[in-house]
Ligand binder design. Structure first.
Ligand SMILES: NC(=O)C1=CN([C@@H]2O[C@H](COP(=O)(O)OP(=O)(O)OC[C@H]3O[C@@H](n4cnc5c(N)ncnc54)[C@H](OP(=O)(O)O)[C@@H]3O)[C@@H](O)[C@H]2O)C=CC1
Ligand SMILES: O=C(O)C1=N[C@H](C(=O)O)C[C@H](O)C1
Length: 247
């Protein structure tokens, strides 16, 4: 039996995680913690794995506290910079038996979309990313869009592809969106949406669109459960659920 603590347990994702872990064979929730609770309660309750779906401002501190407590961490919260990831990687060297999974998106469709986009990126002149989310989301662009854009940029750099053509010289209102490693990223916030992303790739006379839609947060649960089951078998830091999948 894997004993699991859920951080952010009262949130939109946390409530789904508590239900999914409670209903999963071989897993049990031993601590459901939210804003104001003492994270030390996770260790006191005997958790060996913690799942973090909190807020970008606190997730890094939570992960360091979990490492200090000897608890494996499965993290879905966004807001991770390269510097913050390096700090976790460094901290984990003191506890080489521990695993930390930080996954910008646990939905299978999103994980595959990011892989497909990185594979396609070198074959197209132009590429842009549009992410679309519910309006209660606090961060933009989404963690998924950041990860997607970085992977696209890395693939294009490796293949020596020129920047996407763009004649824009006048954009006083930022209509061309954020630019992440040279890739334009556009964020839509709309009531009724959950989590969606479209990657547009263009060549003369053709376009490839890669789209993923999470219509319900239940879509993230198989990935979260996979992370909980696998994290102890993957010591060190893994960024992206694809690191636990044979793709
Ligand atoms: N990787 C993935 O697949 C997915 C990632 N996400 C990401 O997960 C995160 C959470 O999303 P969502 O559930 O929608 O957000 P919510 O705001 O609904 O939930 C966050 C919860 O964390 C609580 N919280 C705040 N600070 C702490 C703390 N220090 N310790 C414990 N709990 C705390 C909040 O309490 P309070 O409101 O009182 O502050 C709230 O209950 C976001 O970063 C989002 O982008 C979301 C969906 C999928
Ligand atoms: O806040 C959300 O809802 C989501 N956040 C993650 C992100 O920022 O990419 C994952 C998913 O898109 C849902």
């Amino acid at each position: 039996m894997i004993s699991v603590a859920v951080l952010g347990a009262a949130g939109r994702m946390g409530t789904h995680v508590v239900n999914a872990v409670s209903g999963a064979e071989g897993l049990e929730v031993v601590a459901a913690l939210d804003h104001g609770d003492d994270i030390a309660e996770a260790a006191r309750a005997g958790a060996t794995v913690a799942v973090d779906f909190t807020v970008p401002d606190v997730t890094e501190a939570n992960v360091h506290a979990l490492i200090d407590a000897g608890i494996h961490a499965v993290v879905g919260t966004t807001g991770w910079t390269q510097e913050a990831l390096l700090r976790v990687d460094e901290h984990l060297r003191e506890r080489p038996e521990l695993g930390v999974l930080i996954a910008p998106n646990f939905a299978l469709g999103a994980v595959l979309s990011m892989r497909f986009a990185a594979a396609a990126a070198r074959y197209f002149e132009s590429v842009e990313v549009i992410e679309l989310h519910h309006p209660d989301k606090v961060d933009a662009p989404s963690g998924t869009a950041l990860h997607t854009a970085r992977a696209i940029a890395a693939a294009r750099a490796e293949a020596g592809v020129a920047p996407s053509p763009d004649a824009t010289t006048h954009d006083p209102d930022g209509a061309r969106g954020a630019v992440i490693d040279g890739v334009h990223v556009h964020a839509v916030r709309l009531r009724g949406l959950v989590a969606h992303e479209e990657i547009l790739l263009g060549n003369p006379g053709e376009q490839l669109s890669i789209r993923t839609d999470s219509f319900d947060r239940i879509s993230f649960m198989p990935g979260v459960l996979l992370g909980v089951r696998e994290v102890a078998r993957h010591p060190g830091l893994t960024v992206g659920l694809d690191g636990y999948m044979s793709l």
